[in-house]
Design a protein around this ligand. Sequence first.
Ligand code: AMP
Ligand code: TRP
Length: 332
Amino acid sequence: MQRIFSGIQPSGIPTLGNYLGAIRNWVPLQADHECIYCVVDLHAITQWQEPSLLARQTRELAASLMACGIDPVGQILFLQSLVPEHAELAWIFNCVARLGWLNRMTQFKDKAGKDRENASAGLYVYPNLMAADILAYHATRVPVGDDQRQHLELANDIAQKFNHDFGADFFPAIEPLILGPAARVMSLRDGTKKMSKSDTSDQSRINLNDSAAAIAQKIRRARTDPEPLPGEPAGLEGRPEARNLVGIYAALADTDEAGVLSQHGGKGFAAFKEDLAGLLIATIGPIAAETGRLLADPAHVDGVLRGGAERAKRIAGPIVAEAKRLVGFLAA
Ligand code: AMP
Ligand code: TRP
């Protein structure tokens, strides 16, 4: 059985982008894989997180993942900072990865923005920690949104260079799983920007805890162009906002762009948005309700993350110990 690993940052409330690009695809993989899902708080602090909020966001994210259908009993759901092997292996990878490789990472450029001198060093080596997350478990398949593709290529480069430098066939190759018609959900205000938890405008995204009224209002106000919907996907060319809403609809309705357009082509956006809002409310409403129910017992949610960490450590411990031995460190 192949081992799956994926992670999500507790840097805010998960968005529709997280859900359609990642979490929703994590759920069915549980049927025939050993799955390890991680709340990556070490990654979150690469950008400023208010300490008084971080623990709460961590717990809310864990509850939200369970509400989406992540199984914390049959699989592993845990908190990254409770398993020190991640940071330990990341340090080794800091010494394997080359500056030239990191300089090509587009996410660093996006997140650091114009004031690059003031970005944290952690943000720069973020992809090395992500490689460590996956490789500490010898995981081979990683379900993520499209924006993580380049980081997974880097993880494969690190694994190969480690194996080469230390003369061992130790770390396996990683296969990215980038699934579904909404692997890149864009902002509702700007079809060229990705939907993000940390966007300053709440109108740019659907949060997994938004009320039905908020969802309907955000979709109604979502930016579009004045043309009606085209009859086929070619007509979405150069219309990023239209393509985004069609992609979201396709993912929710388990179809593709062509399927959506064969049904809705020729309609104006007002009617289409109403249908889309209905679908969204039917999907997200129950997730928000179940998240709320789980959060009524915060100790249980925290217990899941701690129990998951103990089980994760039993897998990562021996793998990271062997990596240290290969590097030449004196055994403990
Ligand atoms: P993050 O919120 O950055 O921790 O991302 C967690 C997961 O959600 C990763 O697999 C991302 O690729 C995915 N993801 C985040 N934002 C989007 C988006 N706008 N569209 C699709 N997937 C996304
Ligand atoms: N960097 C990922 C993101 O922000 C989150 C992440 C951290 C991750 N470690 C991971 C995803 C390991 C997959 C595997 O989207």
